[in-house]
Design a protein around this ligand. Sequence first.
Ligand code: CAA
Length: 249
Amino acid sequence: MEKKIALVTGGVGGIGAAICKRLAERGHFVVANWILPGTEAKYLERMAAAGFGKESTAVAFGDVSKFDSMGEMVAGIAKDHGPVDILVNCAGITRDATFRKMSPEQWQLVIDTNLTSVFNVTKHVIDPMCDRGWGRIVNISSVNGIRGQFGQTNYSAAKAGILGFTKALAQEVIRKGVTVNAVSPGYVETEMVAAIREDVKQQIVAQIPAGRLGKPEEIAAVVAYLASDDAAYVTGANLSINGGLHMYA
Ligand code: CAA
């Protein structure tokens, strides 16, 4: 497969960085989006240690919850490296609370960052992808968008919204050579999961048939497949990677 330009939002995070590394291993040029100061330097260090320097990867600052910020970021990537061929919408946060205790701010921040972000970024790359006749969009949803999770009405709603977005856009752009798919990780070894209260986390792990958390690399491998030429006929799909935690037909 020829070298493509990939953009991974939240690319400096737990799952995002593993996706960046896997796409770089496939020979692509990977741009990792970041927002929290320090995360970009750490990412570049880790990539360099893995043998991926300036010729393979770069970082791009931007707030995924802001439409104009994403417009500027995508324009900057196009100018410096070329148009985005592969977009992985991976940026996400949690603000867990039972619904009765959830504030309007906790609701809005999660909807803006996890769902509206997908609009904000995709909108800026979709026309050029359709014009060039090739594109791959992979949206990171969650097991909790499919089954719902106690304490996550905001997150579950945003992640379920991503699945609807994926299926609708997939129908609109497949004839232009652009596929749109979702990946729904279960509980993965990341800082996000590490932040869950220990007693609650133990209860969750006890319910996973695989008996363990997932690894970021196990998510990245599936994203890399969906981003490849081999997956040209896969669109509007959702691939669950959750150790058997939740299954649906
Ligand atoms: N189902 C039913 N009842 C439950 C329950 C569950 N799953 N979990 C807790 N309860 C009950 C408790 O037993 C308790 O009952 P009593 O009042 O009768 O004692 C009551 O609900 C309150 O429970 P908590 O003490 O947990 O409530 P809290 O306000 O202290 O904590 C919370 C709420 C912060 C949301 C906490 O429950 C929590 O952290 N839950 C886990 C949320 C979670 O899974 N987040 C995933 C983060 S990782 C991620 O999001 C990545 C991904 O995609 C998978």
